[in-house]
Write a protein that binds this ligand. Sequence first.
Ligand code: 26M
Length: 824
Amino acid sequence: LWAKLSKKEANDIETIQRSIVHHVTTTLARAAYNMDNFSAYQAVALSTRDRLISRWNETQGQLSKIDPKRVYYLSLEFLLGRSMDNALLNMGLKGTYDKSIEKLGFNMEDIIESEVDAALGNGGLGRLAACYMDSLATLDYPAWGYGLRYNYGIFQQRIVDGYQTEYPDYWLNFDNPWELARLDISIQIGFGGHVQTTQDEYGVTRHNWVPGQSVQAIAYDVPIPGYDTENCNNIRLWRSKPTRVFDLTSFNEGNYEKSVEDATNAEKITSVLYPNDNTMAGKELRLKQQYFWTAASLHDIVRRFKKSMREWSDFPDQVAIQLNDTHPTLAIVELQRLLVDEEMLSWDDAWEIVTKTFAFTNHTVLPEAMEKWSVPMFEYLLPRHLQIIFDINLFFLQKVEKKVPNDRGLLNRMSIIEEAQPQQIRMAHLAVVGSHKVNGVAALHSNLIKTTIFKDFVEYYGEEKFINMTNGVTPRRWLHQSNPQLSALITQTLGNDKWLKDLSLLKGLAAKTGDAAFRKKWMTIKRNNKVRLAELIKERCQVEVSPDALFDVQVKRIHEYKRQFMNILSVIHRYRTIKSMTAAQKASVQPRVVIFGGKAAPGYYIAKLVIKLINSVAAVVNQDPAVGDLLKVVFIPDYNVSVAEVIVPASDISQHISTAGTEASGTSNMKFVLNGGLIIGTLDGANVEILEEVGEDNIFIFGCMAHEVEDIRHAQRYRGVPMDPALQGVISAIEKGTFEDPKIFQPLISTLTVGKDFYLISSDFASYIAANQQVDAAYKKQEEWSKKSILCTAHMGKFSSDRSVKEYADEIWNIKPYSVEDEG
Ligand code: 26M
């Protein structure tokens, strides 16, 4: 019946109202008069879901017939956030739903707040995957994501006595309307056991892996609708379940307890997202997750390929697989195993297919983030895969030796196996060797990896294999959805909404900086967004802040390299400066609200102390009558995607202040500038390219450059840390007990004083303070500031994830858009 309804009929207000009421009375089994906000949300979500499913079916049905080359984006993280608002906007149904809901006596904005975030990611890497899925769907590329369906997403953060405490994020508590359980799609995944070696009839050695245990992978599909297209792509998330065979064996042996234990162990695999960001955990369960996921995904991809009855050599013409960091690198080994052991291809034929299929994105140069797996643990879980890795390494090193004879040091450095006690598998080396393209995520970062971690590989393979793909963000979620007033103003000003699919059109706004009436509208919207954020701050932090103050934001994972510590130290400096002023001097101070947010990995002691320091400083500053509204400090707890959607549009200035060369790209920098927020930052990651686009008048740059970092560290090691005088004053204030018991913060202060200051806070401090003073001065000239703000948005065209995804499609995946026929 659905297919037979014309689109117009299916999407008029009355039909939608009826579908909402239908879901309340049948799916939710409630009386229509007995509807609260939450059941209204559920019913609207189910009605939206119906429309999503019909697009999903149409798209995937047509795709099976055309059978074009597809790209598969393998990511352990998809940080999607909420879905309802996004789905309605992308499908062009928001207006109709708004009205339908209103007529039923509800308000869309309230209903939206009932949805929990899908927080299946830690930070930048997971959110990037979500933005890329939006762009792939919008640009009509045939693309699927593959990931894990964690029962628990990233932990919820609460602040108790100023400290972070973690709570489980059981996001599936009330059914998830945004997934389709595919209980019929179930794949057996093996672990452990041993390898049988036999000779076949031609005397060729055959390897057959006999796993000791197995678990089932069940598919859950998450529809991803494109904006302004009928196309609807898919993210397939795997859930682990015990296999029936296994239950029965233990049960029949009369060991009921063991069968339950096996079942629990099987379900554990997809239980929880590891909450680390840019650090390697090295846990066995994490390796199990990685193999479970890559094996299930590859099995699915190969099954789809086999349906088309093509030759194996056509595989790379039908399939491109992108590895989001090293987390899915086992897919390389698994495909080689399937082709050699199960499909009986020769090693060399198989390896050619494998390397033409995979490409690898690197997201970090931090040594502590580099994935390594201990050989003994790996052998116990995946004995056949270990043999294959050793063979890949052997053949690879033989070729290196042939090209560069007699260089043991080189072989040692390039080897996939690190000769430590015990031996370690270097996943980044395996990913480079098994892929045809390797990319960094911003120009500076891509150059950096070519001269540091992958230097030897660039010399061996040549420059062409190592490319840059500067990150991007989706303007649908990060402007149209999160900042509806600004989106409407832009559409009105440019005459249409084409900019939402071609972000370079924003440059048309540049001509409007001279129009005082336009500037006023622009700044009024910013103020409205600040009022909304002030309400959120009141609710979550019980602090009142003035929307007329400068809103200064740093929201991102808490990490030493991101230097939230430097930010709060500069806030203390600001506090001390204000305290030393006369009333007359205070009159000229630019009032500022300093806003922090972000989670620390639960085991990251120093990062957690930074949160405590921020809260201790906030407690003192916010109640100091000598300061009043000149300075407020807040830490917004439980920063996540839906909170970001409130914060990003409300920022005047945001902080992207990592030590140069440490932040691969950053993506929130792009979101803030897109929303007319200026940024203060170092010459790091994508900040460099943002500077190129907006020009030096519209960004505040400070600090040393990436190529200077090594020399500064070297000098510090030999001459000690020369402490900046302003910083010295700040440290003394902490040590005197201005903010709680100073003993608490001693380990934090030690990172600056005992030997190293690895992230160069002291050497960048003076220029950071100076840059912040420039911000104050610039903000006071409101007319000039409004022009800067407009120019920022106008020059952000490059940073749409549509641009990024198109570059990947053209330069790595070799895939083309296809068009879904609208049969509505
Ligand atoms: C590793 C091992 C065990 C458990 C977790 C991890 C892990 C998880 C996430 C390691 C790294 C993770 O993410 C790294 C990340 O988010 N990197 C960021 O990627 C963004 C998108 O490219 C960049 O913009 C950021 O600069 C970069 O820090």
